[in-house]
Design a protein around this ligand. Structure first.
Ligand SMILES: [Zn+2]
Length: 287
């Protein structure tokens, strides 16, 4: 069922596990992620970037597809449909389109402006029965054209944003989008601990979940991270499996060119990645 991300993340925070946020790009992605969440009896968050929303022809298409798929696939675990790194305008569009959750990313704005816009969107989201994530301290790397330098969040600024009534908060702690460079110094747990100290029971969000070693993920969860975003890892798994299928010449055998056959190994690879993450995050059987 489609729900907001608030209750599932409050439960995760109290239960010391994290819920996976997996970005979707198309029907195959959505279907694979929903199937595994149901199989593992886990809550799940489907993340949609503004770029992916556009690719799928618009947020209304996405919302309609996800709602119909939940029904047609008989999905009974809690599913949130969440705008990832939304602009102010994008948030408003997703509220209208029937998403259940939004993220307003005002991390590139001066803190006062971030506060002002976050405050307005918190009110709007809650009036419409939706949950809202905000961000302090930009996440490094590049995601759909938004480039962050990977600064650390200021715990005082996190508290200011948390006090606006946001439901969960992304705080930069050295995490980056995309692949991590070989010389990456790792997550900064001191910053995370200070943010957690200032924000109390508010669920914290770790972006850039791809390639963070499992022990760091586990430690982050013990320090208050309740939502972990995974995007690049599913993309790499899909591309790798698809390349192998084509390189093996399978598309040239019989009806191997049928898109349902051609995309099947990639879809299975996404499933394997999601399964692995849900097990690591500890949200299996927490639906
Ligand atoms: Zn992100």
């Amino acid at each position: 069922m489609l729900v907001t991300a608030k209750e599932m993340l409050d439960k995760a925070k109290a239960g010391h596990y994290a819920v996976g946020h997996f970005n979707i790009n198309n029907l195959e992605w959505t279907k694979s992620i929903l199937a595994v969440a149901q199989e593992l009896n886990s809550p799940v968050i489907l993340g949609v970037s503004e770029g992916a929303g556009k690719y799928m022809t618009g947020y209304k298409t996405v919302a309609a597809m996800v709602k119909a798929m939940i029904e047609e696939m008989g999905i009974t675990v809690p599913v949130a449909l969440h705008l990832d790194h939304g602009s102010y305008e994008g948030c408003k569009k997703c509220i209208e389109a029937g998403f259940s959750s939004i993220m307003f990313d005002g991390s590139h704005l001066p803190i006062e402006e971030n506060i002002e816009k976050t405050k307005e969107l918190v009110k709007l989201a809650h009036e419409n029965g939706m949950s809202i994530e905000a961000e302090v301290g930009s996440i490094g790397g590049e995601e759909d054209g938004i480039i962050g330098a990977g600064e650390f969040a200021d715990p005082e600024e996190c508290k200011k944003i948390a006090d606006l009534g946001v439901d969960f908060l992304a705080a930069g702690i050295g995490n980056i989008h995309g692949k991590y460079p070989a010389n990456w110094p790792g997550l900064n747990f001191d910053v995370l601990a200070k943010v957690q100290e200032k924000t109390g029971t508010l669920p914290l969000v770790l972006h850039g979940g791809t390639g963070i070693p499992a022990d760091m993920i586990k430690k982050a969860i013990t320090l208050g991270v309740s939502k972990i975003n995974v995007n690049t890892e599913c993309q790499l798994a899909f591309a790798d499996a698809t390349r192998k299928y084509i390189e093996a010449g399978k598309d040239l055998e019989g009806k191997g060119f049928d898109p349902r056959k051609l995309l099947a190994p990639g879809a299975e690879a996404i499933k394997d990645t999601v399964r692995e993450k849900i097990e690591l995050f500890g949200s299996a059987n927490k639906a």
